[in-house]
Design a protein around this ligand. Structure first.
Ligand SMILES: Cc1cc2nc3c(=O)[nH]c(=O)nc-3n(C[C@H](O)[C@H](O)[C@H](O)COP(=O)(O)O)c2cc1C
Ligand code: SF4
Ligand code: SF4
Length: 305
């Protein structure tokens, strides 16, 4: 049985050119769906795979003889390209310089982000590991300040309708269901945030998307692993940083637009095709302020076993 995703529910087709196959076995090693075996010094279909070909393309990418191709689940031989040479890849010092220079940016120049840069960010983000192929991550792009601001205003209007969630009565009622940490988070963070965001928007100050000239929303389909969209958003963030843009991940929108008729209406208005277990908005723009200092960050714990 093929693994279902929103884009494909069938197995991909494996084509073998036995004339080219040297029997090196590389494809057999990398196929973790166990579709392939070596038989008489040539690759052959195992016939015992649990899920069939998932269309990961690893066999096609590893084969030195171009003897195996995959067609289906949104993959085709045309998707193969030569990997950039190792000397072109960022070194550890280059990568950590990029990571250490990054700060969340919430002040943007009043300057649009050029369309080719938006494309470049999307292209880089599509290289992210995104769970079972084909990727089930969807992206909404608000590619101008007018569009991102209109969305933020609509979202804040929507928040006004959810204000009951910050009342003492509602919080006391929910406490036994959603536990201590959620109760603390709502009382100490979400409730005051609601008030601030709504009041500020009425004064023309956008604390939700900070009037970023570009806004991306990454979200998974109901079939996707919840982490997929977050990984993709992280790649987009780093790609934007590498081309001189500032970014800020915005976690305050996604969870609240999942449930209820008004949330559905908002999603439909902005071309969000489904509810999603996880998703993340990413604000992007030219930084109006540049940091000359970085800050050391640490994990809550690192425990070697
Ligand atoms: C999942 C996630 C959600 C976030 N949500 C918001 C948000 O809604 N609004 C905001 O201003 N910053 C948000 N941030 C940014 C963090 O506040 C930021 O990373 C933190 O202030 C640390 O600063 P730094 O990114 O410069 O290290 C979010 C970050 C992550 C990873
Ligand atoms: S595409 Fe992936 S699952 Fe399909 S045969 Fe190749 S390695 Fe196996
Ligand atoms: S990697 Fe290519 S050449 Fe090697 S066994 Fe597989 S199909 Fe044959």
């Amino acid at each position: 049985m093929a693994i279902p995703t929103s884009r494909s529910k069938v197995e991909a087709e494996i084509r073998i050119d036995t004339g080219r196959c040297t029997g090196c076995g590389r494809c057999v090693s990398v196929c973790k769906s166990f579709c392939l075996v070596l038989k008489d010094h040539k690759v052959a279909l195992s016939g015992t795979s649990l899920f069939g070909c998932i269309g990961c393309g690893h066999c096609m990418a590893i084969c030195p003889a171009e003897a195996i191709t995959i067609q289906g689940r949104e993959l085709s031989p045309d998707d193969l390209y030569d990997s950039p040479p190792p000397e072109d890849a960022a070194t550890y010092p280059q990568l950590t310089a990029l990571l250490q220079r990054r700060r969340s940016i919430r002040e943007y120049e009043d300057r649009p982000v050029e369309a080719p840069l938006i494309e470049a960010i999307l292209n880089a983000a599509q290289t992210a590991p995104m769970g079972l192929p084909p990727s089930d991550v969807n992206v909404v792009v608000f590619d101008s300040l007018e569009k991102s601001r209109a969305f933020a205003q609509d979202y804040v209007t929507f928040l006004k309708g959810l204000r009951f969630m910050t009342s003492k009565f509602f919080l006391a009622m929910m406490r036994p269901f959603w536990g201590k940490s959620n109760d603390e988070l709502f009382r100490g963070f979400v409730s005051p945030l609601f008030s601030m965001v709504i009041d500020d928007m009425e004064k023309g100050k956008n604390d939700i998307t900070y009037d970023a000239p570009v806004l991306f929303y990454f979200y998974g389909s109901p079939y996707a692993d919840p982490a997929d969209a977050l990984v993709a958003a992280t790649y987009a963030m780093l790609a934007a940083e590498s081309i001189g843009l500032g970014t800020c991940m915005l976690g305050a929108i996604h969870p609240l637009i999942q449930y209820g008729a008004k949330a559905k209406k908002l999603r439909e208005k902005y071309g969000i095709v489904c509810k999603s277990r996880e998703g993340l908005f990413l604000a992007v723009g030219y930084p109006a302020l540049n940091y000359k200092k970085s800050l050391k960050r640490t994990f809550a714990s690192i425990h070697y076993q």
